[in-house]
Design a protein around this ligand. Structure first.
Ligand code: P6P
Length: 338
């Protein structure tokens, strides 16, 4: 029987009953589900819909926007305002926070990267949407940047949609990680990857190796040892992957293990690194930890980083716990000698 799977909506209802929740999770995630279905449709149509190419504008990061960056951002802002759950939103594509006026019961804040990895769009490589949900601080009456500057441990839910060979949504509400695949025939996300778990060990690392000349010594040591293979200090061969789409890398790690590094280096250190804390590193760190992995800056737990501004960047090391801990140990040894 093809329809014996659990839908994402039913899964959330079951979670609420199990956890005695107020029912708000379903409302929170339902808006995001609609947004991701619409983005999936536009991404999948690609050239046929004239969606490829540049929008002719720049975002707050100073990056040239793709047409689909702008479209995905507009879809997220519109769809997530309709449900009334969110008092405010923050997007990689917007300099300032976006207050949702008249939100019926806006007790939450939504942060998102509407289309991560969009440089891959025009060459048909997987891209994704990343989202993070925080509570509106008690007594907060003004939706400003300060309301959003909460540590990653404060997230109530996080996840991503992956627009790949199939469209998937992977989600945590703090009780493990579950993956759902979009059945385009009926327009529903169906549970296909229950209780996703990251193996503690791995033989696969992901890093942009073209930046090796900029790396700090502990990163160089770790990668050199992996590349030395079974005759080197690790006594085993490693494989390397680099998709240049964080959602695709994290999904692979959730499915089969691995370690992902985007370190701060001598070239990007002034900006604090490459990846953004609030709507890339923190939601992915929440997912990875909930799946039994680890996520750090190389020098401390990602979810404990105290944010100072909305679009701040951080060094990222995440994935199989044994490798993340090894990389942390190499940084600590290096710092102790400094
Ligand atoms: P690079 C995409 O632009 C992104 O933010 C992440 O999704 C990805 O992991 C990284 O940047 C790719 O960076 O330097 O390889 O282009």
């Amino acid at each position: 029987m093809p329809y014996n799977r659990t839908t994402l909506t039913h899964f959330l209802l079951q979670e609420q009953r199990r956890l005695g929740g107020s029912g708000s999770f379903t409302g929170l995630i339902t808006d995001i589900i609609f947004a991701c279905k619409m983005i999936s449709h536009e991404v999948n149509r690609g050239a046929l819909a004239g969606n490829l190419g540049m929008a002719g504008s720049e975002n707050v990061q100073g990056e040239e926007q793709k047409k689909l960056d702008v479209l995905a951002n507009d879809i997220f802002l519109h769809m997530n305002a309709l449900g009334g759950s969110y008092a405010g939103m923050a997007s990689e594509e917007l300099e300032d926070v976006h207050a949702v006026h008249g939100a019926a019961d806006g007790k939450y804040l939504l942060l998102f990267d509407p289309l991560d990895g969009s440089s891959n769009i025009d060459v048909n490589i997987s891209v994704g949407s990343i989202f993070s949900i925080l509570r509106l601080p008690e007594g907060c009456s003004t939706i400003n940047e300060a309301a959003f500057l909460q540590k990653g441990v404060q997230q109530v839910a996080a996840g991503y949609a992956l627009y790949g060979s199939s469209t998937m949504m992977v989600l945590t509400t703090g009780n493990g990680v579950n993956g759902f695949t979009l059945d385009n025939n009926v327009g529903m996300f169906l549970l296909t990857h229950p209780n996703m778990t990251i193996p503690v060990e791995t033989k696969e690392f992901a890093i942009n190796a073209s930046r090796s000349r900029f790396w700090e010594a502990p990163v160089k040591r770790y990668i050199d040892e992996c590349q030395a293979g079974k005759d080197g200090p690790r006594a085993k061969d490693f494989n390397m992957r680099w998709v240049a789409s964080m959602v695709a890398e994290v999904h692979r790690i959730l499915c089969r293990g691995g370690v992902f590094l985007y370190p701060a280096d001598s070239e990007n250190i002034k900006k604090g690194g490459k990846l953004r804390l609030m709507y890339e590193a923190n939601p992915m760190a929440f997912l990875v930890e909930q799946a039994g992995g680890a996520a750090t800056t190389g020098r401390g737990r990602m979810l404990d980083v105290a944010p100072t501004h909305l679009h701040q960047r951080v060094p990222v090391v995440l994935g199989s716990k044994a490798e993340v801990e090894r990389i942390g140990a190499y940084h600590a040894e290096y710092d102790a000698k400094a």
